[in-house]
Write a protein that binds this ligand. Structure first.
Ligand SMILES: [Zn+2]
Length: 241
């Protein structure tokens, strides 16, 4: 199957996947929303203000239209960590060049290995990423690295979801040193383990001007696992660009 048929296009601010298409507007694309809804169940770290949607400003009955306010801490639910989060003066979310927010993505699915290990401190190693490349070919320049620990199944149970899966220092350095990635996404609450101090992966990735995507919803079957299933379909029907 042509390598480009594996291309995934990632869109923000609603984090979407599309695959098997050259252009997002193509009718041949299938989209997957990787965001969790913001509601009373949205996961936040302890001590952070949760998502609240409390105040009605206008109602249909009185005003002819409805309008509300909401409030929340930044770092809960599906969200981006901009480089400025750990790198003063670096890009805010608005300053991340837009073309870096629409890119191909590589899914590294470690969920089976995490489940088999039973290790609460499971972390992704450079060897995991190098092994991915042995199977799939080199990571593409200008892509986003998605790491699936299989943790979305615990959403929104805070006790189980706020865990210790992580990108350790050596892996974060490996990712930055590739000089290929625009960002890194995880299906956990943080790129660092919940008890990490200091937050080394944050420091390395964000100082490298990558952005993090945390609390991604990866419960859907994603293109990395659909690749074989749909490969014939790709070859017959998709004009790969
Ligand atoms: Zn964050």
């Amino acid at each position: 199957m042509p390598r480009n048929a594996h291309k995934i296009i990632l869109l923000f601010t609603s984090i979407l996947f599309a695959w098997a298409c050259g252009r997002p507007e193509s009718k041949k694309c299938t989209y997957i929303d990787l965001s969790w809804p913001f509601d009373n169940d949205t996961v936040y770290w302890p001590g952070l203000p949760s998502f609240t949607f409390p105040e009605v400003l206008d109602t249909y009955a009185q005003d002819g239209f409805s309008m509300f306010t909401y409030s929340a801490a930044e770092h809960g639910g599906t969200h981006i960590d901009a480089p400025v989060h750990f790198n003063p003066g670096a890009w805010t979310v608005a300053e991340i060049p837009f073309e870096r927010l629409i890119s191909t993505a590589a899914l590294v699915d470690l969920s089976d290995e995490v489940a088999a290990s039973g290790d609460p401190n499971f972390y992704v190693t450079p060897e995991h990423l190098e092994n991915w490349e042995k199977v799939n070919g080199p990571f593409e320049n200008g892509s986003v690295l998605l790491i699936k620990f299989g943790w979305s199944k615990y959403w929104p149970n805070k006790t189980n979801y706020l865990g210790l899966k992580s990108i350790p220092k050596e892996t974060a350095e490996w990712i930055v040193n590739q000089n290929k990635f625009y960002g890194v996404g995880v299906d956990t609450a943080s790129v660092d383990a919940g008890n990490a101090n200091p937050l080394v992966a944050h420091q390395i990735l964000l100082k490298g001007y990558l952005y993090n995507m945390e609390m991604i919803n990866m419960n859907e079957e994603l293109p990395g696992t659909l690749r074989k299933k749909y490969s014939n379909h790709y070859q017959k029907n998709i004009n790969v660009q």
